[in-house]
Design a protein around this ligand. Sequence first.
Ligand SMILES: Cc1ncc(COP(=O)(O)O)c(C=O)c1O
Length: 380
Amino acid sequence: MLRQLRAAGLEDWFRVRYFNAHVDISSSGVHPYRLHEVRALTGLTFEEMDRLPFRDSPSDGQERLRRALADRFKPGQGHSPFVGNGSTEAILLAVSALVGPGDEVVVTTASYHSLSSLAESVGAKLVWWDLDLTGGQADLDQLRSLVGPRTRAVIVNFPHNPTGVTLTAGEYRELLSIVDHHGAYLLWDAAFAELVYDDAPLPDPSASIERCVSFGTLSKAYGLPGLRVGWCIAPSSLFADLARMRDCVTLNTSPLLEEIASRVVENADAVLRPRLEQARANRAVVIRWLEDNRDIVAGVVPRGGVTFFPQIIGVPDTRPLCEFLADERGVLTVPGDCFGRPDRIRLGFGGLADELGTGLDVLASVVRQWISGRRQRVVA
Ligand SMILES: Cc1ncc(COP(=O)(O)O)c(C=O)c1O
């Protein structure tokens, strides 16, 4: 598996630049919480933390956390939560358990790296489902033409990172029925499920179909990326296979992190609300920015999540631009090539309002200079 694993361009980019950025308009999550804020929002006390024994946790996660997740996400019959060190671990475990050499796997493009590269690394044949980047909609007719008797799994993420595309309730039901009709597994990455602006979050697919695994995380909507707690909701019959892989990777999650995570999930609405409100206000800024800068950026309004993926008009490869922004102006963005689209740029609007405003202003002014500089060089 490891020898075939493609490098994760996004992580390579962040490894070098994330920790030096002054202004971050790159991230896919909301502004991270501090521990004291989490304690205030959830009622967790230091005394409770002090009493915690650092024993190993069960392979599928601490009971209280699993119960809180089940109460919130309401798995269907025969499905339940399995906790991981971030949803990254849960994705690894599920793909390893379900996908093998020669399997056909339908994945969206642009794609978050582990949703495609893990399946590829075990020898699956990837079949790409192009999300329509200009129209901002998922083309379900195209999906229907890609899924067939040889499809082992369909791996999708809605609301989608990086484009912000998501599904209506009707489109969601259609997607489930396309996948289910062919007996394929749906691997449903719901990292941004609760970061939606116009409609209610889409329900866990296990409420409707049997052959599915969904992924969730506290890293995005909950503002706790460094806590490293995620999960999958999977058929209980798969748990032994998930644990088999976990036994060779991490064994379990820290009981301290699981204790904090339990409180967060039990108080989910209180934790989500402030950051969702901030994201909603920031999204209005993004909509205005896209309109005001139509001469240099073309992109659709993100319908969910806190990322968008516009084209920079006249810049076929945004990497040198992103390097300049980060290294010379301290503004962190993500080059589109990290998602296989060099003509795009991944921008995040989940952070602080001031930071977003400053970052977007600097980006627009640098792009104008960049384009006119190129024109001058071409004329000269
Ligand atoms: C679509 C998607 N899924 C999963 C993850 C992994 O998140 P974590 O491992 O922090 O739960 C990310 C992180 O950026 C993501 O964008």
